[in-house]
Design a protein around this ligand. Structure first.
Ligand SMILES: NC(=O)c1ccc[n+]([C@@H]2O[C@H](COP(=O)([O-])OP(=O)(O)OC[C@H]3O[C@@H](n4cnc5c(N)ncnc54)[C@H](OP(=O)(O)O)[C@@H]3O)[C@@H](O)[C@H]2O)c1
Length: 336
């Protein structure tokens, strides 16, 4: 094991898109675990749109950043709660090593045949967001026609695959490139998809869903939200998951939609935070693990190799360079 640890720190607050200059890698000796703690060597890191929101005020400058991570316990001062060799989920990400207390980690269930990365993608917060959005917020009914924005991202691909397995009707997705549009229809199971750069979203949606939609799963906000309110049928539902279209463009114009539509079509617009739905995690495992093992559910992941590329991976994701959930894998970790 190396004796040098690396952490990523934010050095300045960005306006608009962040750049590599807003971060620095800091070296320090690998920390020693104190009694009641353990040292974790991190293996997989999640970089997420919410990190961009945190950069505006919540991340402390010149201090190690946090994020969802999987790592292996390599030294322990609490062998019962934190046994050496165990793989754990924790939130001290953006660093190669972390010292954790038992209450700060979740031990992963042992599902033979499930790749480790899945616990940060379709079985992790990303998959849980998609699953809660469909089952608790949309309260999806068999045959419901769905439109999903940022459909080729982590939450968007999981939403499409889960919706198909849950008996949805037509699935329509929007994404940022023609390659992603093809990926959605050829690989993920979407019936129709469009590149939102190729015209007004309302027109593209009307073409893709000429008879309307029942549910809109919204990862983007803005123009997508306005278009979807217009396309929703009576008793339609909008699941507000995120607003990634606005995190780097704070000056973006406000969303315009016909407010009377919400009344006249009896629409429901509801947002949620996945952190308030952790109780659904076991149900997600029960739903997704057997389907992953049988091949009915596949992983959509972009894996960037090497901790030193974590900032690059984060910035790539903000500009749409990922398909499926973006993860960073330690360079010396074999795939799986
Ligand atoms: N509510 C919750 O608890 C919760 C939990 C997790 C995630 N989220 C939210 O869910 C959304 C998706 O998160 P994720 O982790 O799955 O990320 P992701 O979709 O894998 O990655 C972000 C994607 O956003 C798209 N994007 C970027 N700028 C855009 C713009 N101006 N207009 C339209 N699309 C744009 C890009 O794809 P294109 O190439 O298609 O543009 C990019 O790939 C985010 O809004 C995130 O904040 C919410």
């Amino acid at each position: 094991m190396t004796d040098t640890a690396l952490t990523v720190q934010q050095t300045a607050r960005p306006t608009g898109f962040p750049t590599p200059d807003h971060f620095r890698f800091a070296e320090s000796p690998v920390p020693e675990p104190a009694p009641g703690t353990a040292l974790v060597e991190n293996l997989y890191w999640s970089v997420d749109p919410y990190h961009r929101e945190m950069m505006d005020e919540h991340f402390e400058l010149n201090a190690p950043l946090e994020g969802r991570t999987l790592g292996r316990i390599v030294a322990t001062r609490d062998p019962v709660a934190l046994p050496e060799g165990e793989i754990v989920f924790h939130r001290q990400g953006w660093r190669t090593h972390a010292v954790v207390r038992p209450e700060e980690v979740r031990r992963l269930p042992h599902h033979d045949g499930v790749p480790l990365s899945a616990y940060l993608s379709v079985l992790g917060g990303t998959g849980l967001t998609a699953y809660v959005g469909l089952t608790r917020i949309a309260r999806l009914r068999e045959g419901d026609d769905l439109f999903v924005s940022a459909a080729a991202g982590g939450v968007g691909t999981a939403t499409g695959r889960f919706a198909r397995l849950l008996g949805a009707g037509r699935l329509i997705g929007s994404a940022g490139t023609p390659e992603k549009v093809r990926y959605l229809t050829e690989r993920v199971g979407y019936d129709e998809a469009f590149d939102y750069h190729s015209g007004p979203v309302a027109d593209l949606l009307a073409e893709a869903a000429p008879t309307g939609i029942d549910v809109f799963v919204d990862n983007v906000g803005g123009e997508h939200l306005g278009a979807a309110v217009g396309a929703l049928r009576e008793r339609g539902r909008v699941v507000r998951i995120g607003t990634v279209g606005q995190y780097n463009t704070p000056e973006a114009p406000p969303v315009l939609f016909n407010h009377a539509d919400v009344v006249e079509k009896s629409l429901r617009i509801e947002g949620f935070l996945v952190s308030n739905h952790r109780d659904v995690q076991e149900e997600l495992y029960e739903f997704a693990v057997p389907r992953l093992l049988s091949g009915a559910l596949a992983l959509d992941e972009t894996v960037v190799v090497g901790f030193e590329r974590i900032v690059e991976a984060f910035l790539l994701m903000l500009r749409g360079g990922n398909t499926g959930k973006i993860l960073v894998r330690a360079a010396d970790r074999p795939h799986g």
